[in-house]
Design a protein. Structure first.
Length: 647
């Protein structure tokens, strides 16, 4: 059926905040909520927080929406706080996967939580979507449960779970929910609510884009493309009512090559203009994944961000500081989606590859809202961006090509010839933002895709002259072609070109600026020698990294499929194909991380041992060309450097 326009409904008068208690409901004159949203985050009424967008959108369509934020999950009573929802519970772990929120890449428990008042850890359970959904069922067993958000979205099919070191079923099966919505899901959640209002059970809704449901089998009037065997070519099947079969949960559980195949097929079916539904057998049930949602138009996206957010934490938190809110309260999201396709990132599988851009007028209105309503604003907009800083209004220039395209990245291995890379509209946006009364500075501190930026010297000049303070963070991730090819990142030469352009622009502007590069240790496809070469590059270029990142296999990413399967799903999967090496043991992962911090004396013993085993004892000693000192010796001489990853 046609997708509804989520902004075409009469607007209900907005509540100051969506209610979190019975007393707040009574103050609004409500006897019940139509929808109750359960979230693992504190409730901040701001468009950077998913529950605020969903809640305000449903409110604008005439629904009464309440929020239960960070409930005690030890029993069902806290889930009854707002009474029985008339239509359904909406459950999300919050803005982050709860396991990523709780554990470091070395699986150590984090002591804090940026989405909790006071930054306090431990206010949400592991696998929060499953736990919350179960408690909602216990609270009101006959109320439908719809799950969504990043945790549910990226666990929608069978997936590798690093924290348990095993394959897990679709989270829809484990949560025993009625429906899963993936992606940002505005259209889907409005349609679910409208149809539930009309008496249709969410469990029976099987034609909404961006949803996952469970059924007994494939209907007879659907044709199946069986993609479960990577060695068997399937004939092209065109037309409506075609579904692609992934290897079953039981198959991927016992066969790592088939896991890589499932990952490849899912990612190839991510373009909403040509993607087909997917089906994956789990025991005697079928998990059915509908095609991804059609991207929102600019007017629709503007409407989402123009909803009447209070732009503040719920007053029930008093003066408690919520770190995530403090970080973003003066920043503005201008885009959704990313066409970069980095294999370690799942933004494409959540927000899509097609860039969705807000209008300049909408962005300026939000700057004015911040100026007029946000406590503590002193004239600085801390960021204009999104998944990337410089993809606003970029996209494919050939609609007919875009309709059939199945590329995993528009910029790797090279920038696609049909991709528009004109940064002039973004330059005009920056100037409009700077021109808003009361704005002293608009900062762009990170997120610049430098392989795109080098196509527009005028953009780099504008960025450097007006929007970079002391430093700009960028992410080359590595220097060596092997790991970069598995990351789907450009070669280090692209970074060098941007660096040269950046430094020339800084000189013209009379500013002393620094680039802070970020690198990943232990990514699939990275050998010890690759890390050694990166360490030598860091020393030659005068970098001493303060903070480093070790690869974390998160659900649904291509890199996670490489980590688990030892195969590369970026390319056709074959049993006799190339095997991808990955550093997995704690000691080897620690070694890869140590190479990034070659200057830290705590890392010298493990680096000495590794260099000797690699036949590179010549790099042990005090010379400029050497990496670490001999045991008990002084640090090798090195160029004068600045701290904080700066050159």
């Amino acid at each position: 059926m046609d997708q509804p326009d989520p902004l075409s409904f009469p607007r209900r008068k907005a509540a100051p905040f969506l209610p979190m208690s019975r007393a707040e409901m009574e103050a609004l004159g409500w006897d019940e909520c139509d929808v109750v949203l359960v979230t693992g985050d504190a409730y901040v009424d701001h468009p950077s927080f998913g529950m605020a967008i969903v809640g305000r959108l449903l409110e604008s369509q005439g629904f009464k929406v309440g929020i239960i934020a960070q409930p005690d999950w030890s029993g069902p009573d806290p889930f009854r706080a707002l009474g029985r929802p008339r239509l359904f519970f909406g459950v999300t772990a919050g803005n982050m996967d709860s396991m990523v929120n709780h554990y470091t890449s070395d699986r150590r428990i984090r002591s804090d939580d940026n989405y909790t008042p006071g930054g306090e850890g431990g206010r949400r359970p592991d696998r929060a979507v499953i736990v919350y959904a179960q408690r909602c069922r216990e609270a009101f067993k006959d109320v439908p449960v719809v799950i969504g958000g990043i945790e549910a979205s990226l666990r929608r099919i069978a997936h590798f779970d690093i924290w348990s070191e095993k394959l897990r079923r679709s989270v829809l099966m484990d949560a025993k929910a009625d429906l899963l919505v993936f992606g940002n899901a505005e259209r889907a959640i409005v349609e679910i609510a409208r149809r539930a209002q009309a008496g249709e059970a969410p469990k029976a809704m099987r034609d909404i884009r961006g949803t996952v449901f469970v059924r007994d089998g494939v209907p007879d009037d659907w044709r199946v493309i069986d993609a479960s065997d990577p060695e068997t070519a399937q004939p092209a099947v065109k037309g409506e009512r075609v579904v692609v079969r992934l290897p079953s949960f039981e198959q991927v559980q016992g066969d790592q090559v088939l896991y890589a195949q499932a990952s490849r097929v899912l990612h190839q079916e991510s373009n909403p203009l040509n993607a087909r539904p997917l089906v994956q057998r789990h025991g005697d049930k079928e998990v059915w994944v509908t095609a991804p949602p059609i991207p929102l138009s600019t007017p629709e996206l503007d409407g989402i961000y123009d909803l009447p957010y209070a732009r503040a934490p719920h007053p029930g938190y008093g003066e408690a500081r919520i770190p995530a809110w403090e970080m973003i309260r003066f920043s503005i999201n201008i885009v959704r989606g990313c066409f970069g396709g980095c294999s370690f990132c799942s933004i494409t599988e959540h927000e899509g590859r097609i860039i969705q851009s807000r209008s300049e007028a909408s962005i300026v209105r939000e700057i004015e809202e911040i100026r007029d309503k946000t406590k503590g604003f002193t004239g600085t907009i801390s960021d204009l961006g999104g998944p990337t800083a410089n993809m606003w209004r970029l996209g494919c220039r050939e609609p007919e090509v875009q309709k059939v395209c199945r590329r995993l990245s528009c910029v790797y291995p090279d920038i696609c010839k049909t991709l528009g890379t004109d940064h002039d509209p973004l330059i005009r946006l920056y100037r409009a933002a700077r021109g808003v009364r009361g704005v002293k500075r608009v900062s762009i501190g990170s997120g610049v895709r430098y392989d795109l930026a080098v196509t527009s010297p005028a953009y780099v000049d504008e960025l450097v002259r007006h929007h970079v303070g002391g430093y700009l963070k960028i992410a080359p991730e590595h220097t060596e072609d092997g790991p970069l090819s598995k990351m789907m990142k450009p070669g280090i030469g692209s970074y060098e070109r941007f660096k040269e352009m950046f430094e020339r622009a800084a000189a013209r502007a009379g500013k002393k600026l620094y680039l802070i590069p970020y690198f990943i240790a232990a990514h699939p496809g990275t050998t010890d020698r690759d890390m050694l070469n990166l360490a030598l590059w860091l020393k030659r270029n005068g970098f001493r990294l303060d903070q480093v990142q070790t690869f974390l296999p998160t659900p649904m990413s291509l890199a996670t499929a490489m980590y688990h399967s030892g195969r590369d799903p970026i390319r056709p999967v074959r049993r006799a194909g190339e095997e991808v090496f990955t550093a997995k043991g704690l000691r080897q992962r620690r070694l890869h991380k140590a190479f990034l911090r070659w200057h830290d004396p705590e890392n010298w013993p493990i680096l000495r041992e590794a260099l000797q085993k690699m036949g590179r004892a010549d790099l042990i000693g005090p010379g400029n060309h050497q990496l670490v000192p001999r045991g008990g010796g002084q640090s090798p001489r090195q160029p004068r450097t600045m701290r904080g990853n700066r050159r």
